[in-house]
Structure formats: structure tokens, C-alpha cells
Design a protein around this ligand. Structure first.
Ligand SMILES: NC(=O)C1=CN([C@@H]2O[C@H](COP(=O)(O)OP(=O)(O)OC[C@H]3O[C@@H](n4cnc5c(N)ncnc54)[C@H](OP(=O)(O)O)[C@@H]3O)[C@@H](O)[C@H]2O)C=CC1
Ligand SMILES: CC(=O)[C@@H](O)[C@H](O)COP(=O)(O)O
Ligand SMILES: [Mn+2]
Length: 384
């Protein structure tokens, strides 16, 4: 029985992780949510973890009430998340939180010697240098859940990174792949929330539509696999069947293929280094028919370029870009700004930032806070 803590268990990755858990072989030690108190309580009553953590303490009384009479410990906030990930019983942490809030639990989990299965890409975007340094120091493998990175991890099969010539990340292109600039000006959150292939949480679905998701993934790949930005390419592949590819120095290219189903990479990360049989639908290539590839439209979707710029500059700039993106996406979903204002706001915040090189955790978190405040100021500005 592998003993696991699932952070963000009520979300898209969190609930699919529990479906993998249902296949057996795992004991759930901790579950967490932000404010989905009914869902968290229902999960807790089914999986009987040692503890549950609620980030938003406004709903804590209700959670305690719903778990009354059980021996499940109820914790709150960041302190609660850290207590959960460092609990001596936990062997593996599934970080399925959304946003930079995932940084501290990941770092504390690594320092407590836990295995990390990481879906929360924002952690590596904002704090990649620090997280990878600590992972190396404590001898921890970061097992990627993100489908592209999981594909690369599988294709590498332990091969030394000196044998990699290039990483090729595939992108679906999102729901607006064939839209003109005029059409992009008018798109609504409801349209942007309709991903062509994947059923995911709101924030990542908007990131897919702006191509920021691929930008975040370029930075994530840089840190996970130690490959410089000039050797990480993005190709649009609208079918999302080829999940990413590795080109080796001898020109061979290896890829991982499959139907778009996150339970596959989640299971791989949870059972690693073993592979376990499952009963998920199999890929039928004839049924798929065509696999096509095209160039991303960098002019219409500038977030991809912004991410390359932030990644190449490094220091606190990726954390600033990430925080600006989190706020801009929330504002777009709230209909406060338009789709095309997302990259515009991020660009302006990045331009204003005074980068700190090799930042420590406090400097990363301060840069994140600065960017969030800055974007609020910009949106309030009458000239925006
Ligand atoms: N969904 C997918 O298929 C994929 C997701 N990813 C990445 O995985 C991560 C999770 O994505 P996804 O599952 O889609 O996201 P969801 O929005 O579906 O779920 C997020 C989870 O985190 C919790 N949460 C949200 N905000 C906070 C906060 N401030 N503090 C603590 N907990 C919080 C939510 O709780 P509550 O329910 O209470 O809001 C929920 O449990 C993201 O980084 C995403 O980019 C990567 C590849 C694929
Ligand atoms: C499932 C997954 O890993 C997502 O990150 C997915 O790749 C998003 O789709 P896009 O390729 O459209 O960004
Ligand atoms: Mn992905």
C-alpha cells in the first residue's frame, strides 16, 4: 500500500487521482480543497484519511460539523497543507493544486523526503530553480503528471539527458486555433472554457486557449529535464494524441501516444517505477485517422512568447509572469477584461518588474505578490 496525500483532491486532477486510487494499492492519508467543503467531506467519508485540509477557513465549521464523530483531523490554511505533506505516514504527495499556492507544500514535502507527483506546473514555473535544487539535495524524483512532461519522462526511459537533442511539446491549439484577431477580440469565457479535447479545471482551460499553458509547460520542461530553451519546441497537434516527443542526438524521435485521458499519466506517476494494467479505453489509430501538426500562431497568441522571454531571463520574472497570468485569467473569467487583454496585462507587468536573480523563497513570494498588486493597479487605471 503506497500512502499518499492528495492536495487539491476536489479538482479535475484530484478527482481523477481518486479514480486511480479506486483501482487499489493506495492508502489515502490526506485530502485537501480550497472551499469545496461538501465534496471534500464526501471524499473524506469514503476514503477515511488521517486528515483533511481546507484552505479557506470560512467553511471550516461546516467541514468539522460534517466530519463530527469520525477520527479525521481537520486542518486549515497553508499551515494545514504543510502539516499534511510532512506527516510521517505520507510517502507520496500528489500536488493537484492550481496556482503558485503549490510552491510551499512542494518544497516542504521535498524537504521531508516525500516523493512528489506534480500536476501543479505553476510551482516549477515560479520556483523551478529552487525546487529542483532542493529535489537534488534531498534525492527526490519529481514525477510529472502533466501529460506532455509525463510523455517525455516515459519516452526518456531513464536515458541520460546528454543524449537529448530537442524536446517537442505538443499543443492542441485550444478552441480558438483558427480564429482571426478580430474574432479573438470578442470571445467570451464560456467559449474559452470549451477545450477541444480535455476536460480540465477553469484556469488551465483558459491557459490552453491563450497558449499560456504551453508557455508554462516550456518552463516546466526546462526545469524538469534540464534542457535549455533553444532546444524546447512547441508544435500544434489538434488531435492531442501524441502527448509530446523527445529527439535524441542520433535523430531518433520517441513519443508517447494515447487518448486524451489524464488517468493514464496520473496512474503512471502513482505506480512508478511499475506499470499497472488498467481497463481504460485503448487508442485506435484507424479510428483517429489523421494526426496533423502545424506551427503555433505566436503573433495571435503572444503568451507563448512571453513565457519563453520570462524563462530565458529567469530570476523572479517567471514568478511575476505566472502571478500576472493567474490574476488576468481570473479577471477574464469574471468578465472584467477581454481575452486579448490577458497577454497585454502580463506583458506590461513583466516590463515593469525589476528582476532578482537566483531568488530565495521569500523573494519569489514577494515578486508574486508585487505582480498581483500591480495588475490590480493597472486594471483600475482609467487609461487601461
Ligand atoms: N486538469 C487537467 O487535466 C490538468 C491539470 N494540470 C495542472 O494541474 C493543476 C490542477 O488543475 P485542475 O485539477 O484542472 O484544477 P481545478 O481547478 O479543477 O482544481 C484545483 C484544486 O485545487 C484547490 N484549490 C484551488 N485554489 C486553491 C487555493 N488557493 N488553495 C488551496 N487549494 C486550492 C481546489 O479546491 P476547490 O475545489 O475547493 O476549489 C481544487 O481541489 C494545475 O496546476 C493545472 O495546470 C496539468 C495537466 C492537466
Ligand atoms: C492534459 C494536459 O496536460 C493539458 O496541459 C493539456 O495539454 C492542455 O491542452 P493544450 O495542449 O491545449 O494546452
Ligand atoms: Mn499539459
Amino acid at each position: 500500500m503506497k500512502k499518499i496525500a492528495i492536495l487539491g483532491s476536489t479538482g479535475s486532477i484530484g478527482t481523477q487521482t481518486l479514480e486511480v486510487v479506486d483501482q487499489g494499492g493506495f492508502e489515502v492519508i490526506a485530502l485537501s480543497a480550497n472551499s469545496s467543503v461538501i465534496k471534500l467531506a464526501t471524499q473524506a467519508l469514503k476514503y477515511r484519511p488521517k486528515m483533511v485540509v481546507l484552505m479557506n477557513s470560512a467553511f471550516l465549521d461546516e467541514l468539522e460539523y460534517r466530519l463530527k464523530g469520525t477520527d479525521i483531523k481537520v486542518l486549515a490554511g497553508m499551515e494545514g497543507l504543510i502539516e499534511a505533506v510532512t506527516d510521517p505516514d505520507v510517502e507520496l504527495i500528489v500536488n493537484a493544486l492550481v496556482g503558485a499556492v503549490g510552491i510551499r507544500p512542494t518544497l516542504e514535502g521535498i524537504r521531508a523526503g516525500k516523493q512528489i507527483a506534480l500536476a501543479n506546473k505553476e510551482t516549477l514555473v515560479a520556483a523551478g530553480e529552487l525546487v529542483m535544487q532542493e529535489a537534488q539535495r534531498y534525492g527526490i524524483d519529481i514525477l510529472p503528471i502533466d501529460s506532455e512532461h509525463n510523455a517525455i519522462f516515459q519516452a526518456l526511459a531513464g536515458e541520460d539527458r546528454s543524449k537529448i537533442s530537442r524536446l517537442i511539446l505538443t499543443a492542441s491549439g485550444g478552441p480558438f486555433r483558427n480564429y482571426s484577431r478580430e474574432e479573438l477580440k470578442k470571445v467570451t469565457p464560456a467559449q474559452a472554457l470549451k477545450h477541444p479535447n480535455w476536460d480540465m479545471g477553469g484556469k488551465i482551460t483558459i491557459d490552453s486557449a491563450t497558449l499560456m499553458n504551453k508557455g508554462l509547460e516550456v518552463i516546466e520542461a526546462h526545469w524538469l529535464f534540464g534542457i535549455d530553451y533553444d532546444r524546447i519546441d512547441v508544435v500544434v497537434h489538434p488531435q492531442s494524441i501524441v502527448h509530446s516527443l523527445v529527439e535524441f542526438v542520433d535523430s531518433s524521435i520517441l513519443a508517447e501516444l494515447g487518448l486524451p485521458d489524464m488517468r493514464v499519466p496520473i496512474q503512471y506517476a502513482l505506480t512508478y517505477p511499475e506499470r499497472r494494467k488498467n481497463f481504460l479505453e485503448r487508442l485506435d489509430l484507424v479510428k483517429v485517422g489523421e494526426l496533423t501538426f502545424e506551427k503555433p500562431k505566436r503573433d495571435l497568441f503572444p503568451c507563448l512568447e512571453l513565457a519563453y522571454q520570462a524563462g530565458r531571463r529567469g530570476g523572479t520574472l517567471p514568478a511575476v509572469m505566472n502571478a500576472a497570468n493567474e490574476v488576468a485569467v481570473a479577471k477574464f473569467l469574471n468578465e472584467e477584461i477581454s481575452f486579448l487583454e490577458i497577454p497585454e496585462l502580463i506583458r506590461r507587468v513583466m516590463e515593469k518588474h525589476q528582476v532578482i536573480d537566483s531568488p530565495d523563497l521569500n523573494q519569489i513570494l514577494a515578486a508574486d505578490q508585487w505582480a498581483r498588486a500591480e495588475i490590480e493597479r493597472m486594471v483600475e487605471d482609467v487609461d487601461f
